[in-house]
Write a protein of this length. Structure first.
Lengths: 245, 337
């Protein structure tokens, strides 16, 4: 019970101190809007293209939202030593890091809802499997957050975290089948696509929104779940190794 | 996870709460803590005294679970803490050497948050936070962001955060370093009050006077090794039996110290500066002949003062660290005693 008081308090504190700050709210709203507008206009194929673009925009909104925030909530706190306060609290490291990433996961899911709400005004989304979209949005948010955590633990400065994040994020835009089918990627680069969790999340989104997934959905769900667990485990191991010296 | 401490164990000194044996910590080729052993009794205010880089903070980090020892055993109560620090962390309050609260949160919110980390309920945490803000004279600043606090205020709030969950053991790492005289004095009073209330306190400092004033027992730590652990009374005893005086004069005599040594063989002389000589003896120092002799050498004596035996002197004798070196340490830390 006492550990859960600490857990919710960390989540609440992060939301209060970071996620509900005006710059982050505007980032959380403007960024997905900009992506949505950019792709819809650039595609030039009219409103009918929304369904094919929506999975990519949802995924990218979550990816950028979560990974950017973790650089602040973890790297910044590590640098000013307030993270030590959490490490010294009588709660297991696993629970502590789940609390620390909880706010970012929620932020990612909220980010995902922005392009969906926009699309609702522009096209008919009656055929969308909403429950699947919700679960995969949560899974993409978790995997992206844990990727952000992995990055945040690997660096010591906020700017390093942002730079290192881009090392993963930009290739993922092109390699994960968000806007171009994986089949159209050069054969040499194609194996790389399968090394990113977002590939599987995007595939589920394509399946749930316009029925065009390339892998079986159970395989996608299983793979992205495994990615989440592996990334979390590596991050915990790194914290144990690097921060509790 | 509620652990009750039993402080009496077979073969252990009664009421020993923290027992550290052969603790070692290396960073690459540097041995930061070198096979140190000590005990802290329940309710005791135990001091760790040493210059910067002596290994004080590393020891605190190991004891609180922020660092892992390379070898050695730590027992807190009857629990082997070395293996799993989490088992007793709820009993500890930690005040690090730098204030590390959340700059974005107000003083009040910071305290409530720290209380919740130890499982204190929201209502209890808020009550306790108000109580501590009052105690630490921070009530007016309760709603201000921590980032806007002065250094002294930050330090006080950090100490308040360390005791918000009423810990049984409080670790204070350099609590008065770098803050103004008034805040430092208030913090020392608060530490003394916590001690009187029965909290076991482990205090690290490089301010000798602070350790002497507050602590019951002190460990001198130099280059990662404990060179002496004893009560303040016992530490002071050897020098208390000796008499010491400081004679100040206006410069004018050459080789005064060597002339004094030759003339007064029963006394020990130490030249402090060109205008000060320290005299020490096991017997009563008759000041008259000394003053007359110095004035005969052409110097005008301005002051002759009896010196109170101090821990600083003991520290210098035991550790071999020069007085001036310690003073430089204090100046580096913006001395405030």
């Amino acid at each position: 019970m006492k550990q859960w008081i600490a857990f919710w308090s960390i989540v609440h504190k992060d939301i209060q101190a970071y996620y509900l700050k005006p710059p982050n709210i505007s980032w959380g709203l403007i960024f997905p809007v900009a992506w949505t507008g950019m792709f819809f206009i650039k595609s030039g194929s009219g409103l009918e293209s929304i369904l094919t673009l929506l999975p990519g925009v949802i995924a990218i909104s979550i990816l950028f939202g979560t990974t950017s925030m973790l650089a602040v909530t973890v790297t910044f706190e590590k640098k000013n030593r307030s993270f030590e306060r959490l490490l010294l609290a009588p709660i297991p490291l696993e629970l502590l890091m789940l609390a620390k990433t909880g706010g970012a996961i929620l932020f990612g899911v909220v980010n995902a809802s922005v392009p969906i709400v926009l699309a609702l005004f522009l096209t008919d989304l009656s055929q969308v499997a909403w429950l699947t979209v919700f679960f995969v949005a949560v899974l993409i948010a978790i995997s992206s957050t844990f990727l952000g955590l992995f990055i945040a633990v690997s660096v010591s400065e906020v700017f390093e975290a942002q730079t290192f994040s881009n090392f993963f994020r930009f290739p993922m835009i092109f390699l994960c089948g968000l806007f171009f089918p994986i089949d159209s990627i050069p054969a040499l680069l194609r194996p790389l696509s399968y090394l990113f969790p977002l590939t599987y999340g995007a595939d589920i989104l394509h399946g749930a929104i316009h029925g065009k997934n390339i892998m079986p959905l159970p395989l996608d769900f299983a793979t992205i779940t495994v990615f989440c667990m592996v990334l979390f485990y590596i991050s915990l191991r790194n914290i144990n190794r690097k921060w509790i010296v | 996870m509620v652990t009750q401490l039993q402080t009496t164990a077979p073969n252990h000194e009664q009421n020993v709460l923290i027992e550290v044996s052969e603790l070692t910590k290396r960073f690459d080729n540097v041995t930061a803590v070198d096979r140190i052993s000590f005990t802290v009794r329940q309710g005791e205010l135990f001091g760790f005294l040493g210059p910067n880089g002596a290994g004080k903070t590393t020891t605190i980090n190991i004891l609180t679970g922020l660092a892992r020892p390379d070898s050695g055993v730590i027992r807190i109560g009857n629990l082997n803490y070395s293996k799993n620090p989490k088992i007793v962390q709820h009993l500890m309050g930690i005040v690090p050497d730098e204030s590390n609260l959340y700059p974005e949160l107000s003083g009040f919110d910071n305290l409530c948050f720290c209380a919740s980390l130890y499982g204190v309920s929201k209502s209890e945490g808020r009550t306790r936070a108000r109580e501590l803000l009052e105690t630490f004279d921070l009530k007016e600043a309760a709603d201000r962001k921590f980032a806007g606090y002065s250094k002294g205020m930050k330090r006080k709030l950090t100490i308040a955060a360390g005791i918000i969950h009423r810990p049984e053991i409080l670790f204070l790492d350099e609590p008065t370093t770098g803050i103004d005289v008034a805040s430092a004095r208030q913090i020392r009073q608060l530490i003394a009050e916590l001690h009187r209330a029965g909290t076991t306190i482990l205090l690290t400092t490089h301010y000798i006077e602070e350790a002497e004033r507050l602590c019951e027992r002190i460990a001198f730590i130099v280059k990662g090794q404990i060179v002496r652990v004893d009560s303040v009374t016992n530490l002071l005893q050897p020098i208390q039996e000796r008499k010491a005086m400081l004679i100040s004069f206006l410069s004018g005599a050459n080789n005064l110290c060597s002339k004094l040594v030759a003339t007064f063989p029963d006394f020990e002389f130490q030249s402090i500066s060109a205008e000060q000589v320290r005299v020490e003896s096991a017997n009563i120092i008759n000041i008259g002949p000394l003053v007359r002799f110095i004035e005969d050498q052409g110097a005008e004596v301005t002051e002759a003062r009896r010196l109170r035996p101090s821990l600083e002197e003991v520290f210098i004798r035991v550790t071999g660290i020069e007085l001036n070196a310690m003073r430089r340490e204090i100046e580096k830390g913006k001395g405030n005693l």
